[in-house]
Design a protein around this ligand. Structure first.
Ligand code: SAH
Length: 489
C-alpha cells in the first residue's frame, strides 16, 4: 500500500476523461498522473490517496511510450483543451476506439457486440486547424493586463493564447483587433469573482466551405459601446483572400454562471447568421481498413445551412460530413419513410434525411436553431421537413399521445443526437412506444450512449452497427454513431 509522499513506479495503460494518464500498482490501486501518455513507464509521487485510487505527480519518465510525440502547440501542457497532443495520432485513434468499446461493455453491459468498425479518423492535414468555432474567454492576468485565450485545465484562470492550433488562423487577427479596441476605448474585461467588467467571451465562427466568418462578443451589459468603431475596425482587417467577415453580433449575458452565451444575439453588421455547405460522402462498400476518402469518384450531395450565433453547429466540419454520412447510411432510407430527428439543431441531419424520406420531423430546444432549420429547408427547396421547438422529452411524448391512433404515429426511423448528458428517460420511453424499425444514435459521450443503449436493448432493440468518429483530434473526446434494430421484425 503506497502512502502519501511515497515515490512509486507504474506503467500508464489508459487515459481519464480529463486527460490524465492512468496507471495501476500491484495493490490494485489506480493512479491518475498528469503529463503522461499511454505506454509511458514512470516514477510518480503520491499526492492524494483515496480508498482505491489516488493522484500522483510525475517525477520522471523512466521509459517513454513508443507513441510519444512532441506536442505541436507550445502551451499544450498547460491548456485544458488538448489532452492528447503528446500522443501520436494513430495512438489517439486506438485509444478512442477502445474507450467506446470499454464503455459499452462496462456501463452498457454489452458482452457481445457487432464487430466494431474502424474508427473514422481525420485525414492527414486535418488533425489540427479543424475547428470552425473559437470561444475565447477574456479576463485579466495576474499583472492586471487583459488576458484572452483558454482556461487552464480544470480551472478558470486564463492562459494567454492568440492562435490556437485547432482553430482557423484568422482567429488570431480578430482576437488581437478586439483587444486593441478594448484598450483604445477603455473597455474592461469581465471579472468572474466580482461580476464586474464588460467583455466576457469572444465567439468566432467560420464556414469552412464558404469562407464566411461571424464575430460575436459576449458582454456583461445591454449594449456594446463603440459599436461603430468595433464594426469598422473588424471590416478593415486584412484576412486571407477566401475568407471574409459577413456577420457581426453581440450577445448580452449578465448572469454569473458558466453558461457562455446569452439568450439572444443582436446583429450589428451583415446577416444574423453565416452560411456553410455540408456535403454528403459515399463510402461505397464498407470494409474494415478500407480507405474512406473524400476524393475521387464520389457523388456529392450538398445542402446549404444558415447558422446563427446561438445555434449549435458541429465544430469539426471535415469529420462532421463523415459522421452525418454514416448516420444517413445507417438510417437506410428508400424514400417512403417517416423519420424523427431529435436534438436536430439547425436541421443539419434532418434535411439530409428529408431528401431520402417521405416525411421528417425535427425537435430542438433552442428557438433560434429551429428558425435556422425552417429557413434551411426553404433555401434548399426541401418541403417535407417539419420542426418543433422544445425539449425532446416533452415534445415527443405529447405528440405521440395526441397521434397514437393515427397511421403516422409509428415512424420507420428515429435519429437522436443529444448533448453529452444523453437522452432523458421520458424520451427513450416514448421511442420504445413509437417502436421505429431502426434507431440511429449519434453521441458525443460514449458513457451516456452506453446507458441509453442498455435501456433500448432491454426493451426490444438490438445493437447492429457501431462506428466511432474522431471529431475532436488531440482531445480525449470521441463521437460515435450506432444503429439499432427492433428485434421483432
Ligand atoms: N443534430 C444537430 C445538433 C446536435 S447537438 C447537429 O448535428 O448539428 C445537440 C442539440 O440538442 C443542440 O442543438 C442542443 O441545443 C439540443 N438540445 C439540448 N437539450 C435538448 C433537449 N432536451 N431537447 C431537444 N434538444 C435539446
Amino acid at each position: 500500500m503506497i502512502k502519501k509522499n511515497e515515490i512509486f513506479k507504474t506503467e500508464i495503460t489508459d487515459m481519464s476523461d480529463e486527460g490524465a494518464g492512468i496507471g495501476r500498482t500491484e495493490d490494485g490501486f489506480i493512479w491518475f498522473i498528469k503529463n503522461t501518455v499511454i505506454g509511458d513507464e514512470v516514477e510518480a509521487l503520491a499526492m492524494k490517496v483515496k480508498k482505491n485510487y489516488g493522484f500522483a505527480r510525475l517525477v520522471s519518465i523512466t521509459e517513454p511510450s513508443k507513441d510519444r510525440v512532441d506536442p505541436p502547440c507550445p502551451i499544450a501542457g498547460r491548456c485544458g483543451g488538448c489532452q492528447l497532443q503528446a500522443m501520436s495520432y494513430e495512438a489517439q485513434l486506438s485509444f478512442k476506439e477502445r474507450k467506446v468499446i470499454n464503455n459499452l461493455r462496462r456501463i452498457g453491459g454489452f458482452e457481445e457486440m457487432p464487430d466494431p468498425e474502424k474508427i473514422l479518423g481525420a485525414e492527414e492535414g486535418e488533425v489540427l486547424r479543424y475547428r470552425n468555432k473559437a470561444q475565447y474567454p477574456v479576463g485579466r492576468d495576474k499583472k492586471g493586463d487583459i488576458a484572452a485565450g483558454f482556461y487552464a485545465g480544470g480551472t478558470h484562470s486564463i492562459i494567454n493564447c492568440r492562435d490556437c492550433l485547432l482553430g482557423a488562423p484568422e482567429n488570431r487577427d480578430i482576437l488581437e483587433y478586439v483587444i486593441d479596441w478594448m484598450k483604445k476605448y477603455d473597455i474592461s474585461p469581465y471579472d468572474e469573482t466580482t461580476g464586474k467588467g464588460l467583455l466576457r467571451h469572444l465567439l468566432i465562427r467560420k464556414g469552412f466551405r464558404t469562407g464566411e466568418i461571424m464575430v460575436c462578443p459576449v458582454i456583461n451589459g445591454r449594449r456594446l459601446p463603440h459599436e461603430r468603431e468595433f464594426v469598422e475596425g473588424l471590416l478593415g482587417l486584412k484576412l486571407p483572400e477566401n475568407s471574409r467577415i459577413t456577420s457581426i453580433s453581440y450577445s448580452s449575458n449578465m448572469e454569473n454562471t458558466n453558461v457562455i452565451m446569452g439568450k439572444e444575439a443582436v446583429n450589428i453588421y451583415g446577416k444574423p447568421y453565416i452560411e456553410d455547405v455540408i456535403r454528403r460522402h459515399y463510402f461505397g462498400e464498407e470494409q474494415r481498413g478500407e480507405k474512406e476518402g473524400t476524393q475521387e469518384g464520389e457523388k456529392a450531395d450538398e445542402i446549404r445551412f444558415r447558422i446563427s450565433a446561438l445555434s449549435f453547429y458541429q465544430v469539426n466540419p471535415y469529420q462532421m460530413e463523415k459522421l452525418y454520412s454514416k448516420a444517413l447510411e445507417y438510417a437506410e432510407l428508400t424514400g417512403n419513410e417517416t423519420v424523427w430527428d431529435l436534438y436536430c439543431g439547425t436541421g443539419t441531419i434532418s434535411l439530409f434525411l428529408a431528401r431520402r424520406a417521405k416525411k421528417v420531423y425535427g425537435v430542438e430546444i433552442i428557438p433560434q436553431a429551429i428558425e435556422n432549420a425552417q429557413e434551411n429547408g426553404k433555401i434548399n427547396g426541401i418541403e417535407n421537413a417539419e420542426f418543433f421547438v422544445g425539449k425532446a422529452e416533452e415534445v415527443l411524448p405529447a405528440w405521440y399521445e395526441k397521434n397514437r391512433d393515427e397511421a403516422g404515429a409509428h415512424p420507420d426511423v428515429i435519429v437522436v443526437d443529444p448533448p453529452r448528458k444523453g437522452c432523458d428517460e421520458r424520451c427513450l420511453e416514448t421511442i420504445v412506444k413509437m417502436a421505429p424499425k431502426r434507431v440511429v444514435y449519434v453521441s458525443c459521450d460514449s458513457a451516456t450512449l452506453a446507458r441509453d443503449l442498455r435501456y433500448l436493448c432491454d426493451r426490444g432493440y438490438e445493437l447492429k452497427r457501431i462506428r466511432a468518429c474522431d471529431m475532436f483530434p488531440m482531445t480525449v473526446h470521441c463521437e460515435c454513431v450506432v444503429k439499432l434494430e427492433r428485434k421483432d421484425q
